[in-house]
Design a protein around this ligand. Structure first.
Ligand SMILES: [Zn+2]
Ligand SMILES: [Zn+2]
Length: 410
């Protein structure tokens, strides 16, 4: 490849270091030498591999939807649910927003992402403008997929549901688990740089890049969507067409505003009831904390600790950690590597707080057994889901390159 083209170079999207890419063996990944984020992955026959993943995950998703995935036998009465019955139950209870969120993160976004990848990597005649739009949509959507959290919620629910009746796994349970595993692996294998090369080649570099220095210090930046290397002065990417700047615009201001909103919602979300258990027509509302105490007194110690960590501790720690990161970006200290580690942990763990929301959705869809027992969601659940979404948005708005800019400018 010629030296004046930027196909040999990449600017790390997490720390802004300009790195030269050498040829990789099949199945290997290249990581940033400074922040250790994965820069590129090289797969043998990537088209074939990704097509197999795309078709198998879609097939498994269809299988997951046509049969029930769980059945409960409560006092001789059987009740079973299909995946698509969860949002239907939410709509009937007047929680259309929860139903829409569930369909989006567990079904719609994964299906969209898989179909988009399939369309982009195969020689299908699609106008380039549509291809560019699909590429932009793909990398915006994929961070909102939550199928693995839903599977975690099913596993925890099964443990707790055994106290209500006999649980039987139904035909769609295993395709659903396999779908989750395959879609995680599929998106781990997708190399953003390779995929964008399938859509449109990288624009040529106008200056000679200096390896081992930040992009900012040499007047270059990485496109946040397609990773093309662009001059700092150029706002519109000549490849994917998105308009962006060297750093996310108002990154700290937006992050802090989202964190403050999350903090305001966090207190009522933990005090208000998240679900109502109706036994023989009598309703018993319970908040997240009351639910945890109930699990503990029923000797479900592991589940109660898990829900306590993900529902109470993680959102608070996430708000505190991102605030600490925002504060430290303005101070010159030696915490850079610790800050980046905190950022990576927050990014990985934060979304798992949604597990409690999914558990209640499963309970309220499955436990509808005549007058004996019925479980409904409560407005506190919407507020709690909002806290998790706000903290996720705060983390997405935080530009991790600001951590490294403090040493880049030294
Ligand atoms: Zn890096
Ligand atoms: Zn771009």
């Amino acid at each position: 490849m010629s030296a004046n083209k930027n196909v040999d170079y990449i600017i790390c999207s997490k720390c802004d270091l300009l790195v030269e890419l050498s040829s990789l063996l099949d199945g290997k990944q290249a990581s940033c030498p400074r922040c250790y984020s994965v820069l590129i992955s090289n797969w043998r026959e990537p088209h074939k591999r990704h097509n197999i993943y795309a078709l198998s995950t879609l097939f498994l998703l269809v299988l997951s939807n046509i049969f029930p995935f769980i059945n409960i036998n409560f006092a001789g009465i059987n009740n079973q649910i299909l995946l698509n019955q969860i949002p239907s139950a939410m709509v009937n209870d007047g929680y259309t927003i929860l139903a829409a969120f569930f369909i989006l993160v567990v079904q719609f976004i994964p299906i969209c992402c898989i179909i988009i990848i399939f369309l982009l990597i195969n020689p299908i005649k699609i106008p380039i403008k549509i291809k560019l739009l699909l590429g932009r949509i793909l990398f915006q959507l994929h961070q909102w997929m939550m199928v693995e959290i839903f599977i975690g919620a099913i596993l925890i629910s099964i443990t707790k549901l055994t106290s209500y009746g006999i649980i039987n796994l139904q035909p769609s349970f295993w395709p659903l688990c396999l779908f989750c595993f395959l879609q995680i692996r599929f998106f781990q294998c997708i190399d953003r740089r390779w995929l964008w090369q399938c859509i449109k080649p990288m624009p040529n570099l106008t200056v000679k890049p200096i390896i081992g220095q930040s992009g900012l210090s040499q007047g270059l930046r990485s496109c946040p969507c397609c990773n093309a290397i662009l001059p700092l002065t150029q706002n519109k990417c000549t490849r994917c067409g998105i308009i962006s700047e060297a750093r996310y615009k108002y990154s700290l201001q937006c992050t802090i505003a989202l964190l403050l909103t999350a903090l305001i919602c966090y207190i009522p979300a933990n005090i208000m009831p998240v679900m109502i258990t109706e036994i023989f027509g009598l309703g018993y509302p319970s908040s997240i904390i009351e639910g945890i105490i109930l699990l503990w007194t029923d000797s479900y110690y592991f589940i109660s600790i898990l829900i306590f960590i993900f529902s109470i501790i993680v959102p608070l720690l996430k708000i505190a950690s991102i605030s600490w990161l925002c504060w430290n970006t303005k101070i010159n200290n030696n915490n850079t590597k610790i800050m980046h580690l905190v950022y990576k942990i927050v990014k990985f763990i934060g979304r798992w707080s949604m597990i409690d929301v999914f558990i209640i959705l499963i309970f309220s869809s499955l436990l509808r057994i005549g007058k004996l027992i019925q479980i409904y969601p409560s407005p506190g659940l919407v507020l709690f889901a909002l806290v998790v979404i706000l903290t996720m948005m705060a983390e997405m708005n935080f530009d991790s390159r600001l951590i490294w800019d403090r040493i880049n400018t030294k």
